[in-house]
Design a protein around this ligand. Structure first.
Ligand SMILES: *Cc1c(COP(=O)(O)O)cnc(C)c1O
Length: 359
């Protein structure tokens, strides 16, 4: 069996031990004679899976008691509409930071629902940095302040959260979920699609401060009402049962390697190997402002599109797949989420060194 090193931005690698366990349990989960895929979400066998995943999420991420953890569907993109429907219901205003494509999409979606302001943008820098936020642009009566914390496509990250005062901070953490410890109490809401770091596609995790729930717009679809989903323990309708099971296995794996502190140390090591190489290379260059570099998505380019294409093709032939950058930016991107082993990054850097020598 030849496994490749998969640098895809998402869906992405899962820990090998998790895949093995899922394979072992595929036909007979815990003596039930069924696969988790075949199980009623209301069954006795499934209950410990969904409640266990929820409890473990709370434990691993240290989520305070006054926050609800909601397992839902629709991906991060569905939440772009659910967020204004649930939370933009006081002044009807919300402030957004445009730091890349996903925050811009979220902003455009929110504009359908109220008075939405882009208070900062790094579009003119081609999203190669996190924009400076001029506090005088921000509105004290906004219902929330929105950021995309890790910009998957451009490889940037908010290393310092904006100070939003009493305005709840809402953050899209799709591509940095569970990559390091977070102080959840600093946020009103964090959320993300699972397929980057948490589980296979199909699951979206929303963590919301309880006092912010319950003000959803009357005409909002019930499936987008976070309070209804939370009150029904994420089982208002059929949840993404299999992805939640996989999420639980991934959380158990994170615990087994020492929790999020250990995860962060591992992730820092991986990105340092890659950034150190890029900083010393004469062929490859990381186009991002140094202080804003992402730990999860590392972008790099050579001088020419031809050389970029050759690199992507040669790398794939050598077992390093999905290194092509997002279609909107070109170049290369190595997504090195939790499940990417350190060895994968070391070998990639060796390969890049060889490529540089030969081309
Ligand atoms: C991938 C991604 C999205 C889109 O997620 P979907 O689940 O495909 O809707 C949104 N935001 C960020 C930061 C992402 O990385």
């Amino acid at each position: 069996m030849a496994r490749v090193y998969n640098f895809s931005a998402g869906p992405s690698m899962l820990p090998e031990s998790v895949l093995h366990q899922a394979a072992e349990e595929m036909l007979d989960y815990n003596g039930t004679g069924q696969s988790v895929m075949e199980m009623s979400h209301r069954s006795k066998a499934y209950e410990p899976i969904i409640y266990g995943a929820n409890d473990l999420f709370r434990k691993v991420l240290n989520v305070p008691d006054n926050y609800k953890i909601i397992f839902c569907q629709g991906g991060a993109s569905t939440q772009f509409a659910a967020i204004p429907l649930n939370f933009m219901n006081g002044s009807g205003k919300a402030d957004y930071v445009l730091s890349g494509q996903f925050s811009t999409k979220a902003y455009k979606e929110a504009c359908k629902f109220g008075d939405v302001k882009a208070v900062a943008s790094s579009k003119e820098q081609n999203f190669s940095c996190i924009p400076e936020i001029d506090k005088s642009e921000c509105r004290a009566d906004a219902d929330y302040f929105y950021i995309c914390e890790n910009n998957t496509i451009y490889g940037t990250k908010f290393w310092n959260l904006p100070d939003t005062g009493n305005v709840p901070l809402i953050s899209d953490v799709s591509s940095c979920f569970l990559s390091e410890p977070m102080d959840v109490s600093k946020y009103g809401v964090i959320y993300g699609g699972a397929q980057k770091n948490v589980a296979p596609a199909g699951l979206t995790v929303v963590i919301a401060r309880e006092d912010l729930l319950g003000n959803v717009r009357e005409n909002a679809p019930v499936m987008l009402d976070y309070k209804t989903l939370a009150d029904n323990d994420s089982m208002y309708n059929t949840p993404p049962c299999w992805s939640i099971y996989m999420c639980k296995l991934v959380l158990e794996w994170i615990e087994s390697i020492g929790g999020l502190e250990a995860m962060k140390a591992r992730n820092q090591k991986k990105c340092s190997i890659l950034y150190d190489f890029l900083d010393n290379s004469k062929m490859f260059n990381n186009p991002v402002k140094k202080s804003d570099r992402s730990m999860m998505n590392v972008t790099f380019v050579t001088e020419s599109d031809e050389l970029n294409a050759k690199f992507v093709a040669d790398a794939a032939a050598a077992g390093f797949v999905n290194l092509k950058g997002h279609r909107s930016v070109g170049g290369m991107r190595a997504s090195i989420y939790n499940a990417m082993p350190i060895e994968g990054v070391e070998k990639l850097v060796d390969f890049m060194g060889e490529f540089e020598k030969n081309n």
